[in-house]
Design a protein around this ligand. Sequence first.
Ligand SMILES: Cc1ncc(COP(=O)(O)O)c(C=O)c1O
Length: 353
Amino acid sequence: MEDFINITPVAASRIDQVDFDNLAFGSVFTDHMFVCDYRNGAWERPSIVPFAPMHMSPAASVLHYGQAVFEGMKAFKDDTGSVWLFRPEQNGKRLAASSERLAIPQFPVPVFLSALKELLTRDKEWIKPGKGNSLYVRPFVFASAAGVQASAASEYRFMVICAPVSSYYGGEVRVKIADHFSRAPQGGTGYAKAAGNYGGQFYPTQLANNEGYQQIIWTDAATHEYIEEAGTMNLFFRIGDTLLTAPTSDSILDGVTRKSILDLAKHMDIQTEVRPLKVAELLAAQKSGTLQEIFGSGTAVVVQPISGFGYKGENYETPLPKDSYALKLKNALMDIQYNKAEDPFQWRYKVCD
Ligand SMILES: Cc1ncc(COP(=O)(O)O)c(C=O)c1O
C-alpha cells in the first residue's frame, strides 16, 4: 500500500508548537492528511501530504447541496508505544453505507484501513499514551465537482485528518428532550453520518444551551413520543437493573460504541434490552424511582453520564448511582481500547509499534 500512496512528508513537524495539556477538542491537527480523489468513475491514486488549506471552486457541489459524509474514530497508544484503533472496519462500513444514502461513490473498506494505517504510522508521535489521551481521526467524503446543478456530483474527495485530544466534555451534562424540533424523519438520512444531520441540529441545540442544557435528546419526528438519540451519542437508560437502549432504525445512527457496550454489558452479566422507549415510560420510571441512571455513548466521550433532563419545562435529576453501570462500562471499554485488558471480542486493530 505504501508504494501505492504518493507521500509528501512535511519539511518540519509542528508538534513542538502544541500544548498537549491544553487541547480544545478537534482544533489542532497533525502534520499530515490523506487525500484521494474520485474522477471519471474511479478513485485515483491516493496521497499523504502536509496538512494545509486546499483550493476549491466556489461552485463545488458540497457547498451548495451538502453532499458530504464523515466518520469519527480514535487511535490509542498503549504503555509500550503500540498504536491501536477500535473496530475501524465498522467505521469503514458505516462510511460506505452513509455514502450510498447520499449518492456518493463508496470508498473501498480495505483501502480505508490501509489509509488509516499509513497516516497514523506517519503521525504516531502525535498520539500520547495515558488513558484519556487519544488521536481523533476524521475521515470524510464530499462532492468536489464544480457546478450548481442540483444532482449528484461527478467528482468527490475522500480525506482523513487527525486531531490529538484529551477528553471531550468537561463537567456535567444535562439534556433537553425534544418536543418540537426533529433531527431525522423516517426515510431520511438519520442513520447516515451525513454532514447535514449535524448542521440542522445547531440551532435547536443553541436554544437548549440558552436554557442550561448541553445537548438534546431527539425523539421520533412523527410523534415526539419515542426516544431516539442525542446529537452525537446513542443513549442508555438503566431502569431497575436493566440497561435499555432504542433499536437502531433509519433515523438513528448505528453507533460503534453503542453496539460494543451492548456486547460488553452482556459479557459482564448486565441485563440488556433493545426496544423502543417512550418518553412517558421514562417519566414514569423517574417518578417511581426505578430510573437509576442515563448515559450517552459515542467515540468522542466513550460513555457520558447524564446528570439530569428537561422535558416540557420540568427538570428531573438523574445523579450517578454508587454502582454506576456507566462508569463500569466506560472503564471496561477503555481498558480494551488502551490495551490494558483482554480483548475477548477482538475489537483492537494494531496500527503500528
Ligand atoms: C448522531 C450520532 N449518534 C451516535 C453517535 C455515536 O456513534 P459512535 O459510537 O460510532 O461514535 C454519533 C457519533 O459518532 C453520532 O453522531
